[in-house]
Design a protein around this ligand. Structure first.
Ligand code: DGI
Ligand code: FE
Ligand code: FE
Length: 188
């Protein structure tokens, strides 16, 4: 799908602020894909669609998680996690994207997972460091992303877990699996 068509499909799903975030993720994902040798076109499309389901009603997301073979434990965790797998489903069924790698990059953009693909890592990290993000620690991860993708990713996952723990929020197990897998591989 061409960029303009994809952006048109996404724009109507999002607020202006979230759309600007999406443009930032797109530019960042393209830069990372060029630097680390991923498929630039797939990175572009996955980035454009990554938050497609962000503003769907919770009831609709719940229904999709319950009925479309997704991990049911998602429903006990923060609803902020839901837009990623639901997004992958809706991007396939509504926008007609069928590329498995692109859909998985959308599916795992919030929690990550063990054995992430290069494309999944790029979308996770681009989402974290795009120019519109301004939280503590983001500049350090931006600098790391210029040198070492995996080290930057570990830092981003660590920061996310620490941030959630400080707010007394539950951590979704997949988020810990992401962290453990990356740490184990960095030690090798
Ligand atoms: O959709 P975005 O705001 O661009 O970013 P995102 O999809 O990475 O994260 C959405 C939210 O999900 C963010 O506020 C942090 C939260 N989150 C990420 N991992 C976990 C989580 N929340 C819980 N409870 N547990 C997690 O493991
Ligand atoms: Fe998201
Ligand atoms: Fe996002």
């Amino acid at each position: 799908m061409e960029r303009e068509k994809a952006l048109d499909l996404v724009k109507v799903q999002l607020t202006e602020h979230r759309y600007q975030h999406t443009l930032g993720v797109m530019e960042t994902a393209i830069t990372l894909a060029e630097k680390y040798g991923a498929d630039v076109k797939k990175a572009e499309i996955a980035a454009i669609f990554h938050d497609y389901a962000k503003f769907r009603p919770k009831g609709e997301m719940k229904e999709i998680i319950a009925s479309k073979g997704m991990p049911q434990d998602l429903l006990i965790f923060n609803s902020e996690l839901w837009h990623a797998p639901v997004g992958a489903y809706l991007v396939e069924t509504e926008a007609g994207i069928s590329d498995r790698e692109v859909l998985d990059a959308i599916r795992y953009h919030t929690s990550g997972r063990s054995n992430m693909t290069l494309l999944e890592k790029i979308i996770y990290l681009a989402d974290y460091i795009e120019p519109g993000r301004h939280f503590p620690g983001v500049e350090e991860v931006r600098e790391m992303a210029k040198e070492n993708l995996d080290k930057a990713l570990v830092k981003a996952v660590q920061n996310t877990i620490l941030f959630l723990m400080k707010k007394n929020q539950m951590i979704y197990p997949e988020t810990f699996y992401t962290y453990n897998d990356l740490i184990q591989k960095l030690e090798d």
